[in-house]
Design a binder for this molecule. Sequence first.
Ligand SMILES: NC(=O)c1ccc[n+]([C@@H]2O[C@H](COP(=O)([O-])OP(=O)(O)OC[C@H]3O[C@@H](n4cnc5c(N)ncnc54)[C@H](OP(=O)(O)O)[C@@H]3O)[C@@H](O)[C@H]2O)c1
Length: 322
Amino acid sequence: MKAIRVHFTATESTLRMDEVPKPEPVADQIVIRAQAIGLNRADLGRRRMAQPGQPEQPATPGLDVAGSVEAVGAEVRGWRRGDQVMALVRGAYAEYVATRAVTAYHPPRGMRMTDAASLPCVFLTAYYALTKLAGLKRGETVLIHAAGSGVGMAGIQIAHALGARVLTSAGSDERVARGRQLGAEAGVNYSSQDVTMELNRLTGGRGVNVVLDSVGGSIFDATLKALAPGGRIVTVGGPAGPRTAYDEGALTAKGQWVKPMTVFAEAQADTEQKGWAQLKAWFESGTLRTVVQQVMPWTQAEAAQKLLTDRGVFGKIVMTVG
Ligand SMILES: NC(=O)c1ccc[n+]([C@@H]2O[C@H](COP(=O)([O-])OP(=O)(O)OC[C@H]3O[C@@H](n4cnc5c(N)ncnc54)[C@H](OP(=O)(O)O)[C@@H]3O)[C@@H](O)[C@H]2O)c1
């Protein structure tokens, strides 16, 4: 089968279409025949973190896939060959990918595969962050950073569906405005405004109860200063760079906390897929919608990744396979 893998030279990394063995499912796995692959910022990280000579080289990036079930492991129940499926996987840039069935999901009824492939990573991340970790309550004020990011676009919609008052942020007024169309009441442009001051103004000085921070860098520090007593910040990734150190004791004294989250750990722990059941119901009722900016053939993977690198995407980019 074909797979797109990262290859390194002395100075750069490139994506190359390689011929590799087709995977077989082990006991608790299914193998998915890919029709569409969703891009994530983590895919770019594969190109930085991976080093030649490590056993996993050359690495196959990709976390999101949608297609049909090709093969089913002996212990797997509930999937049959030919079923439509979407999944959170490792190594999605391939014609076939094996994954544990616990992170394979039935797509929303009637949804195109190119839309389904845009869902698993960012919607599950935002859902577990806001519900399981932060325990967001109806009526609380939540700040979802980076309205135009995959995680942000999903987080705004989920927080709105949970009945919270949603604030957002982005790097331009236009992107903040698009965040408002997704359900945010107001937003901050972190390229041109003082984030702390603006959040204090928007909350009447009370501060923000919950933050989903997928940006990091100095924006994290500015947000921390606008956190309400008892406030919670869930962090995932951070394209703007490392977060500034903070005084945990001082936070605890105000009943506040900061917690990192990884979507794979949460999705694998959710063995009954309760998170996806809720998200699927919201998609089928029209409460949530997909935001796919562009669909491209996977032969243009390099160009697709460049759009993400250049911050030229609102929502998601999806690649079609074959
Ligand atoms: N831990 C987990 O399980 C988990 C799960 C999902 C995602 N993540 C991480 O969360 C982060 C967001 O993921 P994503 O897929 O939602 O990203 P994405 O769609 O690529 O969006 C990232 C957004 O960050 C904003 N940004 C602010 N400063 C930036 C900078 N210096 N460079 C680049 N972008 C900057 C950009 O919006 P503006 O142009 O409007 O500023 C950009 O749209 C990534 O670090 C990802 O790896 C982690």
